[in-house]
Design a protein around this ligand. Sequence first.
Ligand code: FAD
Length: 400
Amino acid sequence: MPAKRVLISGAGIAGTTLAYWLHRNGFEPVVVERAPELRPGGYKIDIRGAALDVVERMGIMEPIRAARTDIQSASIVNAKGRKVASLDGDTFGGREHGDAEIHRGELGRIIYGLTESAVDYRFGDSIASLEQTADGVDVEFESGKAEHFDLVVGADGLHSRTRRLAFGPEDDYIWPMGYGVASYSVPNDLGLDRCELTYVGPNRTALVYNTAGNTHATALFLWAADKLEYDRSDRAAQVAILREAYANEGWEVPKLLAAAETTPDFYFDSLAQIAMDTLAQGRVALVGDAAHCASAASGQGTSLALVDAYVLAGELAKADGDPSAFAAYETIVAPFAKANQALGPSNIKGMVIPSKARISSSMAFLAVVSRMPGKERLMAPVVKAIHKAATAIDLPEYQK
Ligand SMILES: Cc1cc2nc3c(=O)[nH]c(=O)nc-3n(C[C@H](O)[C@H](O)[C@H](O)COP(=O)(O)OP(=O)(O)OC[C@H]3O[C@@H](n4cnc5c(N)ncnc54)[C@H](O)[C@@H]3O)c2cc1C
């Protein structure tokens, strides 16, 4: 019997991981990615709990550990750049039990490297239309090509086109959280060495860090934005929104903003979550952010994507490629996704603080905590909550 052909839309973490597992399970995955090449960039991300088992089973733990950020310390600074409070990197990031922190772009490169020679990647193209038939899905691409696939999976992120085509408009599924997020590489003018500095202004936070092996630094901005409406294809307009959100802000913010004009990996979005009643329509299913985005504030989006992809491929293998596997996949991952999504709204409240008075009291508290012996224990409830969500799934063992 010929291998089942599965079209995956999106070569992000979910898409490349799914391609890996499908290929390993005897399928023929084809990945279509809108960008002309693998997209670099993105903030540093954590691989935790069940997701560690997935990367272990993929045999990529070693390159992941080798590319770890190795952040040694994280400090809160005031407008003059003076450190108000400092914690070690792992405590600040809520990491334990071998959790790994790595740049999103690095992880993408590692997984892509694992699959590149075996998987048919098509960059610079995108699905234009889908039509489900009795035995598969007829797909037309933006490039004008038309092809038949057994199954289609949308791994095309928060603003998934596959989801729109198969399930309906984005507005029916997206829950904006009321914040904007931007991240990109900046020159390491502060001479940072594997450390992170955070500045908290009213309703807007900015931070910059340097990671092991990188000569540049990375900036991250998180700000309150009741309604963030923008053109996703218009970078200049996005930079203008960012500049306006941080107008007249102190510390190093003006310099960090200036780099937005020329940086090679500008990332900008609204912080939002995706909630779906079901993750499949016939022969079309969703994984990762497209299925149940937990938002940057959850710190668990990438772990979710890894687990989703592993389970979906495993269930498809178990069912010999029958779309009934989609229901089994959904049953297994839905509670895990829900537990991790719950982290987003609570985390963001500690990251973006509305008033000067609240900022002062938070800073005073952190300053005291950071000087206390055994401060790691004080952070334990936060770490415990993250760990509980990150392990809220019994990862099935599949045959291969
Ligand atoms: C460049 C980039 C930077 C990011 N930076 C951060 C960050 O700083 N902080 C953070 O928390 N999260 C960031 N994210 C999101 C984070 O990667 C995800 O939350 C998480 O890794 C889950 O991944 P995903 O594969 O489901 O989605 P994504 O990582 O969003 O990947 C989706 C992929 O689909 C592609 N795509 C989109 N539309 C189409 C289409 N119509 N046709 C074909 N392909 C399409 C995209 O180009 C992308 O490669 C970033 C995502 C990207 C793409």
